[in-house]
Design a binder for this molecule. Structure first.
Ligand SMILES: NC(=O)c1ccc[n+]([C@@H]2O[C@H](COP(=O)([O-])OP(=O)(O)OC[C@H]3O[C@@H](n4cnc5c(N)ncnc54)[C@H](OP(=O)(O)O)[C@@H]3O)[C@@H](O)[C@H]2O)c1
Length: 334
């Protein structure tokens, strides 16, 4: 597995990370044994970055990672880096009621995460969404104190815009910004990516397959379980879905021409955008993982990139990347 460095101050990680969210929440039923086997297969393939959030399944995802790390070969376990998001407030029924970035809350979230993960530190710790009631300097300052105390190694950010990135970076070194970036979500290119590059902050890109929409495996016939994020996503609804799937078919023609899959093409495209970008693979099964990890071996030359651009031009997606209420929490979209 190739490696990449996250920002000037962050850790060196595998060129692709594993995002574990879908193993606990948001994409329908999960299979614990297959989830653990997928994490083990990723570690075995050289993936070192495991991304989670304390609110993914309300602790479920961290406990899953705990079990996977405990049962992994020691050499693999020692190489693993944990990237954890915090701050989301939840209800018993699973609803999201806001975000809490107060310093005392940050330290409380971290204490619980360390216990659930069964590790003595978290490698990258980040607020999932900006808490509008708390200046980012205070939240980042609290994470920096956790770094000083040895409980956290690096400060990360998630879904914040250029102005907030600058404010955060004025308080402590920031390793990476985690943000959605894919062929059909290129919003970061205008302001956010240049600011990260100026400040030496890496990117962990999520949603590189737009939650499966541009994986080549999604179709209108796909039945979604109640609560599946995609059932509420504007990009997966009505005519938007038809238009977006037409883009996927155009991309499939390019992929077929290269003898690779649509998912590999979409992931390789994100990899091609810069050495400072580490895409997160959201695989929930070993089969999907193997497909996505092969993207590191794909080389896209100028002709390939031009053909991909023709198939899926910038701004060609139909629909916002989140439902309206969730878009309101994205500092990155303001
Ligand atoms: N910071 C943030 O705000 C934020 C937000 C969301 C996610 N994340 C992180 O980013 C990670 C990745 O996000 P994501 O899961 O939305 O990413 P994604 O890669 O866009 O979507 C993953 C989904 O795509 C489908 N898929 C089809 N073919 C695949 C293949 N070859 N490899 C992988 N998946 C394939 C799978 O759904 P089926 O299994 O149903 O086919 C899978 O659950 C998450 O696990 C989480 O750690 C961060």
């Amino acid at each position: 597995m190739q490696t990449r460095k996250l920002g000037t101050t962050g850790p060196r990680t595998s060129a692709l990370g594993l995002g574990c969210m879908g193993m606990s929440a948001l994409y329908g039923p999960t299979d614990r044994a297959e989830s653990i086997a997928t994490i083990h297969a990723a570690l075995e393939a050289g993936v070192t970055l495991l991304d989670t959030g304390d609110f993914y399944g309300m602790g479920h995802n961290e406990l899953l990672i705990n079990e996977a790390l405990r049962t992994a070969p020691p050499a693999r376990r020692e190489q693993a880096l944990t990237s954890v998001k915090f701050g989301a407030l939840r209800t018993v029924e699973g609803g999201f009621t806001g975000y809490d970035g107060r310093p005392e809350a940050v330290k409380n979230f971290a204490a619980y995460s360390l216990q659930r993960l069964g590790t003595d530190h978290i490698d990258i710790y980040r607020l999932a969404r900006l808490d509008p009631a708390v200046p980012i300097e205070e939240t980042v300052g609290a994470v920096a104190e956790l770094v000083k105390a040895g409980h956290v190694r690096h400060v990360g950010l998630s879904e914040v815009g250029a102005h907030t990135i600058r404010r955060a970076a004025s308080v402590a070194p920031v390793s990476d910004l985690q943000i959605e970036y894919s062929l059909i979500s290129r919003g970061i290119e205008e302001q956010i990516l240049p600011v990260c590059r100026e400040l030496g902050i890496g990117i962990t890109a999520y949603g590189v397959l737009s939650r499966g929409l541009i994986s080549g495996h999604f179709s209108r016939e796909r039945e979604l379980a109640p609560g599946d994020f995609r059932g509420m996503s504007p990009r997966f609804s009505g005519e938007n879905l038809d238009r977006n799937l037409a883009l996927v078919e155009a991309l499939r023609r390019v992929a077929d021409g290269k003898g690779i899959t649509v998912a590999q093409t979409a992931t390789a495209w994100v990899l091609s955008r810069g050495e400072d970008i580490v895409p997160l693979v959201g695989a929930r099964t070993r089969e999907r993982l193997a497909e996505s990890l092969s993207a590191v071996d794909v080389t896209l030359d100028a002709d390939d990139l031009e053909a991909i651009e023709q198939a899926v031009p910038a701004d060609s997606a139909s629909g916002d990347r989140y439902p309206e209420a969730q878009m309101a929490h994205l500092d990155s979209e303001k």
